[in-house]
Design a protein around this ligand. Structure first.
Ligand code: TYD
Ligand code: MG
Length: 455
């Protein structure tokens, strides 16, 4: 018999290689590549779904005869919106996040809400005993919720339970603790996580059960991360937060049933996670007087406008090579903006250390923030504060021109709601005229520098 080939797989991003190396070429993480044993063929044969095998139905039949499946809302608006407007029946959802960030807390709260909304719900914990989960539920004030608990890690037992109980929703907490007995490697390894997730998802789809899979983001390569499972599910949510901050973001990075990049904001309190329905107020809470280097960006996260504060610090560098440190934004994009400022406006940053931070631990990925970043850098460098009641947005091109951005009106309305009265925006985005804000339209960065900083 030919020798089964050993594969090497990155436990963070699931890329596979023919030989081991210290660093993954695909995601760049160190020490994440592990040996993956070939799947064993021993173990009981799988049951096939007899009558369902290869069955076809005309597309036209589906579109005319079956209404779109009704979604179930859990009542936590932040979660429902991130899911795309509620839970789609028989959908598979992955919730990833660092250990201790609050995934189990959120999922227990969600399970209780969905159960109360009428879904038969089972919460399977592979990390805590049923008594511990019940204790947590009591502490969260959910002791009476009609949720079934199971403390179980053996996949076969879980699937048997699901088969007999026929729930509408099952939460698997966490996929790294699940164990399929026909795969030889240890729980948490890439092969186990992949096999377990695949079995759970296919089983759930065939039985019309919605499934939420919790996965820990891992750094050390011992455990497979949630990215290994991302392609198998319909919706991928990441639960994020900074240590030291009490609020948490639930971010949709993939959603077959709703907009991606949608965020839900929660606050971790003594009795669980509570919704933050006006995140802009939270991200701006610590501003009291105009400060050089601080600029408020009117952004859009998913479908919702969110105001965030960019803070920049520019100081002479004691080192031969000046530092560029970014938190909450893209480092490459910062370099681009520094280069545009230097070559198009003649404002050099050589010999200066540059620090850029998005306040409150928020992460911004929109190019529409370019102008706000440039404004923060200039404001810090010139030691001139931007007026406190002013928001800034616009995308920069390499020529120094300003491009209009989408949803101008929504951005301005959110700013106005939070007490801002003026804005700096790209020309050609005149949609904001009706909002009552005082708007200064700019064509390019040179014009902006001249008007705002008088240079
Ligand atoms: P948990 O949901 O267990 O995290 P995960 O499942 O992502 O590993 O949350 C753990 C943290 O949350 C823990 O540090 C304590 C904190 N916490 C609260 O602050 N309030 C609460 O009501 C609960 C249940 C947890
Ligand atoms: Mg947990």
């Amino acid at each position: 018999m030919a020798k089964a080939q050993v594969k090497y797989t990155c436990s963070a991003c699931a890329a596979s290689f023919t030989k081991w190396s210290g660093r993954c070429d695909s995601c760049g993480d160190w020490n994440t590549i592990v040996e993956e044993k070939p799947l064993s063929t021993s173990g009981p044969a799988k049951k096939t779904l007899g009558g369902m095998r290869g069955k076809q139905v005309p597309l036209s039949d589906l579109s005319t005869k079956e209404a779109p499946p009704p979604r179930t809302q859990c009542g936590m608006g932040e979660l429902d919106r991130v899911l795309g407007g509620g839970l789609v029946p028989a959908s598979a959802i992955l919730v990833g996040g660092d250990p201790g960030i609050g995934k189990s807390t959120l999922m227990l709260q969600a399970a209780a809400r969905f159960a109360t909304a009428g879904l038969k719900t089972i919460y399977v914990s592979g990390e805590e005993s049923s008594a511990q989960v019940r204790m947590r539920a009591q502490r969260l004030g959910l002791g009476d919720a009609p949720v079934q608990l199971a403390a179980e890690t053996n996949l076969r037992d879980i699937l048997t339970t699901l088969e007999t109980e026929a729930p509408d929703l099952v939460v698997i907490d966490s996929i790294q603790t699940m164990w399929a007995d026909n795969v030889e490697s240890a729980p948490g390894s890439v092969s186990q996580v992949r096999a377990a997730a695949h079995e759970i998802v296919t089983f759930a789809k065939s039985r019309n059960v919605a499934v939420i899979i919790v996965g820990h983001v891992t750094k050390d390569g011992q455990l497979a991360g949630p990215r290994v499972v991302e392609h198998m599910v319909d919706t991928v949510l990441y639960f994020e937060g900074e240590r030291g901050h009490h609020f948490r973001l639930l971010r949709a990075v993939k959603n077959r049933f709703g907009p991606a990049q949608e965020i839900g904001v929660f606050e971790m309190t003594g009795d669980g996670l509570s919704e933050v329905t006006n995140p802009s107020a939270l991200f701006l809470s610590e501003r009291d007087k105009p400060t050089a280097g601080s600029v408020v960006f009117a952004g859009i996260e998913g479908t919702r406008p969110v105001l965030v504060e960019f803070q920049a610090l520019v100081a002479p560098s004691p080192n031969a090579q000046a530092r560029r440190t970014v938190v909450g934004w893209d480092g490459g994009r910062l370099s681009m903006i520094l280069a545009v400022l230097e070559s198009r406006c003649g404002i050099p940053f050589a010999g200066l250390d540059v620090y850029l931070n998005v306040a409150g631990g928020m992460k911004v990925s929109e190019p529409a923030a370019d102008l706000a970043v440039a404004a923060a850098l200039l404001s810090a460098r010139e030691d001139t504060a931007i007026p406190k009641d002013c928001v800034v947005f616009g995308e920069l091109s390499l020529s120094g021109g300003l491009r209009p951005v989408n949803q101008t009106e929504n951005r301005l309305k959110e700013a106005q709601k939070l007490g801002f009265s003026s804005a700096i925006a790209p020309s050609r985005s005149k949609a904001g005229d009706g909002t009552g804000m005082q708007i200064r339209y700019m064509d390019d960065l040179v014009g902006f520098v001249g008007e705002v900083f008088g240079a």
